[in-house]
Design a protein around this ligand. Structure first.
Ligand code: MG
Length: 375
C-alpha cells in the first residue's frame, strides 16, 4: 500500500528542515533518515538496559525502555497510517521519545532533578532533545544527529517557559501556546497507550496485580467478560494477553475515529493550521479517555506505588545521589572525555556534564559504577 499524505500531515517538502544543511539521500526520505539515525544512535542501544517500571535485573521478560519504545512505535505507526499522516516521522519520534531517560526510570529522573536543583534542574524530555541535538557524537560534520525540525518538535513533549526561551525554534510553541504537528501528538498518546497496557501485563506477571483487582477497571472488565464468554477454558496467562490485545485494539480504534472526527470539524489545510488549532486534534473520545485515565490511576496506586517498587526506589535514589556527589567532588572519577569536559567549568557547567554522564548510564552500569565508589 502506498500512503498518500493528507494536506495537514508533516511533509518533508515543506519542512522547517535541519539545523545544518545536508544533501538529500537517494533512497530514503528525510524522516526515514531521522528514524535510521535514531536506531543507529548509542543512546537507543542503551535503552535495552534501562528500567521502564521494573529494574533491568528484576526479570528478563519485563519491558525495558527499548521494548517500550518499540511498542509505542507500533501503536503510533498504526494510527499515523490510518489517518494518512507521516508514518516514518511518527516512528522516528516514538523511537526517540525516551532517549534522555536516566537509569532506574522515574526514580532516577526525580533524584537527578533534585541533585540539579541549584543548576537548572533535570528533565528527561529535555534530555532526549539534548541527546539528539548535542550529545550523540557520530557524524563528522556536526554534533548530535542533526534531525529535522518536526522530529525535534515531537521529541520535546513539554518544557518550562524558562527552558523554552533558551531552545530557539523548538521552544517557540511553548511560549506562543501552539500545538505540535499531528505526528507528534500521536507519539505522545501512543506512549500512554503502550505503558497502560504493557504495565498491566508486567504487573500481573510480577504478581503485584491480581485478576480481581484488574476486573475493577471498566477497560479491562469489558474485555474480560467478552473473552471469558467466548473461551471459557482459557488459562489465565493467555486470558490476560487476549484481554490486553483487545484493550489496545479498542483504544487505538477509538483514537483513530475520534481524531478523524476532530480533523473533519477543524478542517486544517496545513501543518501550520494544526499548530494554530487552539488545542490538540489527536484525541480519544471522552468516554474512552475516562476509562484510560482510570486505568492509569489504578496503575499508579497499585503498581508504581507498590511497597516492593518503593523499596527499590529508595535504593536507587541513594545510588544516584552518591554518584552525583562523588563526580561533582572529583571529576576525574568519570571517563576521560567527561572529565575533560567538566574540568574547566564553573559549578553549573560541571553539574551538567556529571548529569549527562549519569543520565546516559544503563541500570547495570550505574550499579557497577556505584559499587566501584566504595561508599
Ligand atoms: Mg515512554
Amino acid at each position: 500500500m502506498v500512503a498518500v499524505l493528507a494536506p495537514y500531515a508533516a511533509n518533508e517538502l515543506r519542512s522547517r528542515g535541519r539545523r545544518h544543511a545536508e544533501r538529500t539521500s537517494t533512497y530514503r526520505g528525510e524522516y526515514q533518515r531521522d528514524r535510521d539515525r535514531i536506531i543507529h544512535s548509542t543512546a537507543f542501544r542503551r535503552l535495552v538496559y534501562k528500567t521502564q517500571v521494573f529494574v533491568n535485573h528484576e526479570g528478563d521478560l519485563y519491558r525495558t525502555r527499548l521494548t517500550h519504545s518499540l511498542e509505542v512505535s507500533q501503536i503510533g505507526r498504526t494510527v499515523a497510517f490510518a489517518l494518512q499522516l507521516n508514518e516514518p516521522l511518527t516512528e522516528a519520534i516514538c523511537l526517540a521519545h525516551d532517549l534522555g531517560h536516566t537509569p532506574f526510570g522515574h526514580a532516577g529522573q526525580d533524584t537527578l532533578n533534585a541533585c540539579m536543583r541549584d543548576y537548572g534542574g533535570f528533565e528527561h524530555n529535555l534530555q532526549s532533545l539534548r541527546v539528539v541535538d548535542v550529545l550523540e557524537a557520530k557524524y563528522a560534520d556536526f554534533a548530535g544527529l542533526n534531525l529535522m525540525f518536526e522530529t525535534r518538535e515531537g521529541i520535546l513533549k513539554h518544557c518550562s517557559t524558562k527552558n523554552a526561551r533558551s531552545l530557539g525554534d523548538v521552544g517557540e510553541r511553548f511560549l506562543e501556546r501552539k500545538q505540535p504537528g499531528l505526528e507528534a501528538q500521536i507519539a505522545n498518546i501512543a506512549d500512554a497507550i503502550a505503558y497502560n497496557n504493557h504495565d498491566v501485563d508486567d504487573g500481573y506477571r510480577a504478581g503485584l496485580l491480581s485478576l480481581d483487582q484488574l476486573r475493577e477497571q471498566p477497560l479491562f472488565e469489558t474485555r474480560f467478560v467478552e473473552v471469558r464468554e467466548r473461551y471459557p477454558d482459557l488459562e489465565d496467562r493467555r486470558l490476560i494477553y487476549e484481554i490486553i490485545r483487545r484493550m489496545i485494539g479498542a483504544v487505538v480504534s477509538d483514537l483513530i475515529e475520534e481524531t478523524r472526527r476532530r480533523i473533519d470539524a477543524a478542517a486544517p489545510d496545513s501543518i501550520d493550521a494544526v499548530r494554530n488549532a487552539g488545542g490538540p486534534l489527536v484525541s480519544m473520545s471522552d468516554a474512552m479517555y475516562d476509562q484510560h485515565v482510570s486505568l492509569k490511576k489504578f496503575l499508579h496506586k497499585h503498581l508504581y506505588s507498590h511497597e516492593q517498587k518503593l523499596a527499590m526506589t529508595r535504593k536507587v535514589q541513594a545510588m544516584v545521589q552518591d554518584l552525583f556527589a562523588v563526580y561533582m567532588e572529583d571529576v576525574t572519577r568519570m571517563p576521560e572525555d567527561f572529565a575533560f569536559a567538566a574540568s574547566d567549568s564553573d559549578d553549573p557547567g560541571r553539574a551538567r556534564v556529571v548529569t549527562d554522564f549519569i543520565a546516559g548510564m544503563t541500570d547495570r552500569y550505574a550499579i557497577a559504577a556505584h559499587e566501584s565508589l566504595n561508599c
